[in-house]
Ligand binder design. Structure first.
Ligand code: GLP
Length: 264
């Protein structure tokens, strides 16, 4: 018999699913997807192995086959499993595909995600106008009395939370801005429309652990490894147009840099 028919459904998987409808506010198929994902991440279904047949999972978990199918489609979307027509659903070889982010190119989050065929989201978490603190004023080349906007956004790719980005923008250089202007749009595209497109940036990278708030926003465990970056970007006229602080999920992002021999 194919391995998938004899793969037991781990009891922890069944236990992870609340029984009966309405116990959780999230749709049933997302609960099933979450429980399966957790089982894969715990190594109960190793890379390359087949998941139990839809029929078997449905029976064991007390849900319909349609629900199991929707759940496995969701996992396929997340890059965790591969569905092979006629032969079943298999755990992807290396878990979800990591985002390879070249550090030498100045691209926006939206461009990065579109180049991977993913939709980009930018949910505004907070928005405000105020003044830069002395350090920010120095980094942006502003005087402390000049106004800045602070925009904090949850960045998603294909609906999955990947990063929290905070941008500090010179109000004078960008013109009037509202939260609605930056909700789910490309900030860089907007800056370009307003004649303040970033063309050069300097970025610092360091490792941090997710605090409670970031863990909840990014859907990672408390203390999970994150890559924290700070970046100042300048426009073609050499004016600093954005100071950005961001936290990227360490389990989903690889920052890649090209190194050349000195003098080449
Ligand atoms: C990258 C940069 C951020 C910048 C963002 C703009 O992620 N690290 O500093 O704010 O791109 O992305 P978008 O144009 O999609 O809003």
């Amino acid at each position: 018999m194919p391995a998938r028919l004899s793969s037991p459904v781990p009891s922890a998987l069944a236990a992870a699913l609340p029984s009966g409808a309405g116990l959780s506010s999230s749709p049933r198929y997302l609960q099933v997807a979450g429980a399966l994902q957790a089982a894969i991440e715990r190594g109960e279904y190793p890379a390359g192995s087949a998941l139990p047949a839809e029929r078997e999972l449905a029976a064991r978990l007390g849900v319909s086959r349609v629900t199991v199918r929707q759940a496995t489609l969701k996992l396929a979307e997340r890059g965790l499993v591969v569905r092979r027509h006629g032969s079943g659903t298999f755990v992807a070889a290396s878990g979800p595909e990591r985002i390879q982010h070249p550090l030498s190119r100045l691209t926006s989050f939206t461009e990065d995600m579109h180049s991977r065929g993913l939709s980009a989201g930018g949910q505004v978490l907070s928005f405000g106008a105020g003044h830069p603190n002395p350090q920010e004023a120095m980094q942006l080349g502003l005087s402390p009395g000049q106004r800045v906007y602070r925009v904090r956004r949850l960045r998603t790719a294909g609906g999955e939370a990947l990063a929290v980005e905070e941008s500090i923008l010179s109000a004078e250089r960008l013109g009037i801005l509202s939260a609605a202007d930056v909700q789910d749009v490309s900030l860089y595209a907007l800056m370009q429309q307003r004649g303040a497109a970033p063309v050069r940036a300097l970025r610092q990278l360091r490792a941090v652990n997710a605090d409670q708030e970031l863990a909840e926003l990014l859907g990672v465990p408390l203390g999970a490894a994150l890559l924290s970056t700070e970046r100042v970007a300048w426009d073609a006229a050499g004016r600093a147009v954005e100071l950005a602080r961001a936290s990227y999920r360490g389990d989903r992002y690889d920052f890649v840099m090209e190194l050349r021999e000195a003098g080449t």
